[in-house]
Design a binder for this molecule. Sequence first.
Ligand code: ADP
Length: 260
Amino acid sequence: LIEIQTSSRDVTSKKIAEEAIEKALAKERELNELRTNLVSTISHEFRTPMTTIRTSAELISMYLENQNVVNGNRLQKRVTIITEEIDRIVELMNAVLTISKEDSGKTNFNPTSFDLKEFCLEIVDNNYLNNLNLPMVITNFNGSTFTVNADKKLMEYAILNILNNAFKYSEKSAKVILNLSSTSDTIVLEIIDFGIGIPKEDHVKLFNTFFRASNTDGFQGTGLGLYIAKTFTKKNSGTIALESELGKGTKVTMKFPLNK
Ligand code: ADP
């Protein structure tokens, strides 16, 4: 009888504990939902005034260029600062929105099977070939098949973030190398630059949110790009690692399972 009583007490307390956990989880889901909606609303509400301010700044800039205004150069510099700061706010809002969506499980994830080689070539063609101010991307391919099973949008976001960093933290005329190779079960994507590099003591924190290395003064950024790139690479069953030497350059290596 004692045994039966004890086990029925165990069952009751287990049930109470389960209910408490379920309640706490529901509360957390609700809070996450609230936060995502808040971030989403704020960022959408910001977008319209930001666009208006940016367009106005561009008009002022054109006016200053056409008229011979006294102190025109100083004003022009101020207008440039306005435009750059707005771009920074919009970039930050977009990144925070992306993270908030991901945290609350709302990121669209539709994996398909595709050729990563063709995909990388498309990214380079669409984003860099027409911009003569940027250094060149040299692409090398080694292997016969490059099929991955992944979400294209998330893959593009991650690769573009890494490529943009490689350009941003390099001399305008320097080159960026994209190597893609495949073994019997893995595809390895390397993006190599010969830019400013990263101090050793900062390496461990690079994938944390809002972290920026100590040598990035004068470079615009949010400190969220690598965090998002890592999150999306993991979601696509991949891994990401970074090696860097101050003053010499940086190599980011992403690995994905080959989809046979
Ligand atoms: P950010 O928007 O600041 O570029 P990221 O999250 O993309 O943020 O990168 C985090 C930090 O890592 C950057 O601020 C920079 O200090 C460093 N970093 C990333 N990629 C490179 C690179 N290719 N060369 C030099 N530093 C880099």
